[in-house]
Design a protein around this ligand. Sequence first.
Ligand code: NAD
Ligand code: AHE
Ligand code: ZN
Ligand code: ZN
Length: 363
Amino acid sequence: TQGQVITCKAAVAWEPNKPLTIEDVQVAPPQNGEVRIKILYTALCHTDAYTWSGKDPEGLFPCILGHEAAGIVESVGEGVTEVQPGDHVIPCYQAECGECKFCKSGKTNLCGKVRAATGVGVMLSDRKSRFSINGKPLYHFMGTSTFSQYTVVHDVSVAKIDPKAPLEKVCLLGCGVPTGLGAVWNTAKVEPGSIVAIFDLGTVGLAQRVQKLLGIDIDSKKFERVTEFLNPKEHDKPIQQVIVDLTDGGVDYSFECIGNVSVMRSALECCHKGWGTSVIVGVAASGEEICTRPFQLVTGRVWKGTAFGGFKSRSQVPWLVEKYMNKEIKVDEYITHSLALAEINKAFDLMHEGGCLRCVLAM
Ligand code: NAD
Ligand code: AHE
Ligand code: ZN
Ligand code: ZN
């Protein structure tokens, strides 16, 4: 198939909120610096639902969503040296080129090499899409577009992993689990013994395994997974006040993993005066803004954010896969449902119904 167009099945988002349809899609061969991957498993992350909803300012339609997946390299374009056909890989929406200002800064996991192109749904070399239906182009999404049996990504966006790793499980290491773990390990650097509040017990929230954890969610089905929890719906007082009262002045760290700006405010304001740090993980809708009294920061609270948990994708995803293989991190626990690609709309319904963490689709 090298150098040939592949026709395969993909779930196409034609316009916001309109059910995805499974289509025969043409996937062009990888160009210079690109890799074509046969996707075997993809999970759904809340960010896919967010962009599909039309609330993402970078959302473009029609497109192929999906960014938490695993597969096998089918072919590579010119100049690709790091992977070859047959390699097991995880596509990475956060690239790592190793050479740009960001990569060399030692201060961030963000990479600037392909971000401008991936933000507008095209490939860097010719600013075109590799996906089409009968000649009509479809936009890429997050540089990954994994809701397709074949996808084309930039070589700086591919992590080569241990071929022994079960792809139906480690696909989760493409987004949700590393984001939760990294928010704790890399962004907040939570010390043992800290009191931590996690706003929501979805996958990203639950992945933040810490000792003293207070879970806050409105889906009571999720409470069985943690020892201490609060449901804001069961309190008259603002939830930050309930937490401050419960914890002798507030928590050491808090994490917002919902994308709700009023919850982000609660998460900051439930932090302890003088040192409490709140990390924003959730992705908020276009036009939303955060606010609080500046006095909250003047008196020592810190507001931060994280993308992919601060992990450098190509160098650290393989390491996370090894940690999973050595049973040092959990992944299986977050998979509550498994379906086929054709059932993708049902998978989105499950995400919104409660009780669901990750649904993995077999391609
Ligand atoms: P999820 O659907 O698995 O979980 C969301 C949870 O939020 C659910 O348990 C739901 O019951 C709960 N919830 C909703 N509204 C609430 C409220 N007002 N108060 C308390 N709980 C509430 O989602 P996910 O896939 O874990 O993603 C979580 C968020 O993180 C999303 O906004 C997603 O876009 C974002 N995200 C960010 C990054 C990043 O790199 N920054 C990575 C992955 C996901
Ligand atoms: N397109 C949105 C922003 C979306 C966003 O913040 N994405 C996160 C990853 S979410 C994964 O589930 C991220 O890593 N952002 C950094 C980046 O480079 O996009 C908007 O608001 O424009
Ligand atoms: Zn995600
Ligand atoms: Zn870079």
